[in-house]
Design a protein. Structure first.
Length: 171
């Protein structure tokens, strides 16, 4: 069993929103690794991250990613999942869509949220730009498709991904 598509991207890139719509369009399920962690720990993913620290959290996340990649629906990975080498290695055999978002748009989409400890700081724009710098090469490494979501309605992004799946299946 293997997912139809794995979604990766920074916080606020639309992984959950697009994942839900894509799963609906394909009449399949959405597995969100952040939600898996939340269910295991009984609290918000950001709280788990804060309590465990990044190193242990990434180990917990890697276990969730491994489990999620054994499903056959749509998988949405946490924004930082790609920093773990084992996760990047596991994604090499998957159809991975990188939902690319600019720093400005990402900050706009995540502002006011306390659920993202990495962005819950005095200068979230600078931190977001830093995350792009740190992670974009990892996203590009694992991606089989990049979709730029700035200024696009979610349904347009879903349509782009559905077209990619159809073309990839036919090719």
């Amino acid at each position: 069993m293997s997912p139809r598509v794995v979604l990766v991207g920074l916080p606020g890139s639309g992984k959950t929103t697009i994942g839900k719509r894509l799963a609906n369009a394909l009449a399949t399920s959405l597995v969100d690794t952040d939600h898996m962690i939340e269910e295991t720990y009984g609290k918000a993913c950001g709280e788990v991250f804060s309590e465990l620290g990044e190193e242990i959290f990434r180990e917990v996340e890697a276990a969730a990613v491994a489990k999620a990649l054994c499903t056959d629906g749509i998988v949405s990975l946490g924004g930082g999942a790609v920093v773990t080498e084992a996760n990047r290695e596991a994604l090499k055999s998957q159809r991975v869509v990188y939902l690319h978002v600019s720093a400005e748009e990402g900050v706009r989409r995540t502002s006011g949220s306390t659920a993202r400890p990495l962005l819950n700081i005095s200068d979230p724009a600078a931190r977001y730009a830093e995350l792009i710098e740190q992670r974009s090469a990892f996203y590009e490494e694992v991606a089989t498709l990049q979709v730029y979501s700035d200024g696009k309605e979610p349904q347009r992004v879903v349509t782009d991904i559905l077209q990619y799946i159809e073309d990839d299946t036919l090719g």
